[in-house]
Ligand binder design. Structure first.
Ligand SMILES: *Cc1c(COP(=O)(O)O)cnc(C)c1O
Length: 477
């Protein structure tokens, strides 16, 4: 399997060659040159596989330049009941006949990003060791992504994480989750500013090509192809959990932000998984819902981006969306490049009235939006009816999913975080605080380790250099 850029300007590369890179050199995103087709006999034979075996069957199609035994080892080390809380890894709960909840949030940081990120941690460590390289991950977070990356990379050989977050702006739970990590390769940098200041510093540092090369600076953002690939697995797993035979179809509803999770569902569908609808749910930041209803893709400015009670979906543009448009155009890189010419300059595009808009229904994606009051009402309703607590993001998904689903087609709603992470909204909805899973009782009382710094890229660079140099001296001693 080789990888191409959505904008056509990258010679075909292997999986390992694209693994550690961010954007392709032409500004596009890496895409597999084709989707492996899973025929009915194969699909039938996958039905009885456990999670690691299913993961191997799927990932080996996309990561075929890794020796099969090594890939299998990385997978079995990642997907264990110890890390994800159950043998099934992503268990399905039936709320009522035809309505299911796919639990994706039982990893270390209690949000679905762990599923891909935990695998990425092991994969990065393996590839870096093999090539005798090291990597310094620089990122900015307002919560979920940063902690998921830190818990995936902690203690990994050859990897350091420098994670910027806005000082005093994350919830106490999120802050404690990140800052209580004592691992030597994890550096929490609390910036005196807001999330956008953190992101600007990351951009400034990453645009310094000389610094970036010399100090092996990289990222683990949501456009990483390996993250998408690892998210395909649970669509198959959930399909098998709620159906008896491969003649049946199901629909999924997906709380969406950067279009990574739902794009993995799209890939599963393209591979031949009998998915009828992929229901895309947004919060008040409805840039994607607007597109799927009207054909207009209009990224927002940061000032237009609202802070909501489902904060991990508060996006101004959807980084992975370009991958979908690549498929919609029949993989016409010239056309994608032309469309993103205006997007990259802060503009928009409108596909309504074009040949592409006529084709869009073939892809099964439909969409809806919810607001804070609707999230709260959904959390309360699901609790009353099914005695099950869901978080605010999952509530966005359930609300739009139940609204748009078709009768007689089972609906699987993706749970993307546990309610304990958003205790205020849960309190508002049901009148009591969510229970903490075992092991998280004293989280906020643990000692915290972080550096507080001004929003100054120069200072961050010096800090990174110092840490790299002092840890390599440690190794020489
Ligand atoms: C990241 C995140 C999302 C959005 O997922 P995308 O892949 O960016 O669409 C939804 N819910 C939660 C809890 C998240 O952390």
């Amino acid at each position: 399997m080789r990888y191409l850029s959505t904008r056509g300007g990258m010679p075909p590369k292997t999986f390992t060659e694209i693994l550690l890179g961010g954007l392709a050199p032409d500004g596009g995103l890496a895409m597999p040159e084709f989707y492996p087709e899973i025929n009915p006999a194969e699909l039938e034979s996958w039905r009885s596989l456990d999670y690691p075996s299913l993961a191997f069957a799927i990932l080996s199609r996309f990561m075929d330049d890794l020796p099969a035994d090594d890939l299998r080892t990385l997978i079995t080390r990642t997907y264990t009941p110890k890390v994800f809380g159950s043998e099934e890894i992503t268990p399905v709960q039936t709320l009522e006949p035809g309505l299911h909840l796919l639990h994706l949030s039982n990893g270390p940081t209690l949000a679905f990003k762990d599923i891909a990120m935990q695998f990425l941690g092991n994969l990065f460590e393996y590839v870096l060791a093999k090539n005798n390289e090291e990597l310094n991950i620089l990122g900015a977070t307002s919560g979920d992504t940063g902690s998921s990356a830190e818990y995936a990379m902690r203690g990994k050989q050859g990897i350091r994480v420098f994670m910027l977050s806005p000082y005093g702006k994350m919830s106490a739970f999120q802050t404690a989750q990140m800052f209580s990590l004592q691992d030597k390769n994890i550096f929490n940098i609390a910036i005196e500013g807001v999330f956008d200041d953190c992101q600007d510093i990351v951009k400034t540092v990453s645009n310094d090509q000389e610094f970036k090369q010399k100090y092996h600076i990289g990222a683990v953002n949501s456009i990483n192809w390996a993250r998408i690939a690892a998210q395909i697995i649970y669509y198959f797993k959930a399909y098998f959990a709620v159906t008896r035979s491969n003649g049946e179809t199901v629909s999924f509803s997906v709380p969406s932000g950067n279009f990574g999770n739902i794009f993995a569902g799209h890939v599963a569908r393209m591979m031949g998984l009998p998915i009828r609808q992929l229901i895309l749910a947004t919060n008040e930041n409805n840039v994607l819902d607007e597109f799927f209803r009207t054909g207009l893709y209009r990224p927002r400015t940061t000032t237009e981006t609202k802070q909501t009670s489902s904060p991990s979906m508060d996006i101004s543009k959807a980084s992975n969306f370009e991958r979908f448009i690549f498929d919609l155009t029949g993989r016409d890189a010239t056309r994608v490049k032309a469309l993103w010419k205006s997007v990259d300059q802060g503009g928009s595009f409108d596909l309504s009235g074009t040949d592409l808009w006529q084709k869009i229904r073939e892809f099964g994606i439909i969409s809806g939006t919810s607001n804070h009051a609707e999230r709260i009402a959904t959390i309360s309703e699901i609790y009353r009816k099914f005695n099950t607590l869901i978080d605010t993001h999952t509530a966005d998904g359930l609300k739009t999913g139940m609204e748009l689903r078709e009768p007689d087609i089972p609906l699987i709603c993706l749970e993307t975080a546990l309610p304990v992470k958003f205790a205020d909204s849960i309190q508002e909805a049901v009148g009591f605080a969510p229970e903490r899973p075992a092991g998280y009782d004293n989280l906020e009382k643990l000692p915290q380790r972080f550096e507080r710094m001004a929003a100054d890229a120069g200072q961050i660079k010096r800090f990174i250099i110092n840490q790299i140099e002092s840890s390599s001296q440690d190794q020489e001693r």
